[in-house]
Design a protein around this ligand. Sequence first.
Ligand SMILES: C[S@@+](CC[C@H](N)C(=O)[O-])C[C@H]1O[C@@H](n2cnc3c(N)ncnc32)[C@H](O)[C@@H]1O
Length: 321
Amino acid sequence: MTSSELWNRATADRYDTEEAETSSPAVLEPTLAFLAELAGNDRALEFAQFLADNYGITDWTSAGPAGRCAGPEPRPVRPGPRSRECGMNTSPSVSAIGDIVITARPFTDYTAQFALTTDDLLAGPVLDCAGGASDFAATVRSLGGTAVSTDPAYRQSPSHLTHRVERDLNRVRQWTATQPDRFPLDESGQWTHAQRWNTAAGHFLEDFRRDRNENTGHYRAASLPSLPFPDDSFTLAVSGFLLFTYPGHFDLAFHLAAIRELTRVSADVRLHPLNDSAQTPFRALPRLLHHLAEDGTRTELFTVQGQSDSRDTATLRLTRR
Ligand SMILES: C[S@@+](CC[C@H](N)C(=O)[O-])C[C@H]1O[C@@H](n2cnc3c(N)ncnc32)[C@H](O)[C@@H]1O
């Protein structure tokens, strides 16, 4: 197939009119695959990735370096708002959170966003990096599994960390309140997930205090891209809302080093989401995938159902060969 077969004069004339046809998978999937084939350089590949991200096309990389997209029960995604600037979602209700926050996504957010089954969780030691104030690892342990969380914030004393978590969750509440169509409010005007996050944070803080009193080793202070564990310490490592979420803080080199470190300590690594907190896809993702493919790391893109933010739908699974 050639580009002119896909983008003929009639298609071009209709491009900026109502988008039903031009953004349909029937047109975009072969276009993206064609672009990926053409991509002798990163820019063309980035363009293809941006189009895919913006239109929810998950099935185009079969011709690209990342291998065919796969995942449990892929979900069709409706196209997002389109901008003239390649790849940018421009809904006024979407803003970035700013500096890195300590968040407290509950266990059920993790299982959904990383597409995890109970068997995955009980198959061997699990790493949560960065754990923040999530109760994921504590819940895995309560199910009979083994789990360790790392985060630089765990250097703080329980009382300091409690204060910091309260402050950061307050910041999240203020941020969500500015975007009601993205973060729905309940009858009392509170973000519908605020109570779940508070409960998870309470569960985490209680467990963190116990860890510091009893030296259980469940919470280790550490910062990517360096983890204090021998090779293959874990059967599964998950990392949510750190990588890709703060592109102003972490560049491509950091992401690559951090992911290599995660795949050193675990042969199965899952990362979510692949966009920042304003829903902008990570620009250097195609290059990152390219480097990982060169390392021999297998990459799979999953479409998942984001829990606290339903627009977070992309998860990357990395399997070391
Ligand atoms: C947005 S929170 C995510 C926490 C949890 N995964 C969740 O989804 O609720 C990001 C966390 O990354 C931690 N962090 C910041 N820099 C880090 C680094 N270089 N390595 C590991 N964690 C880091 C922060 O302390 C913070 O707790």
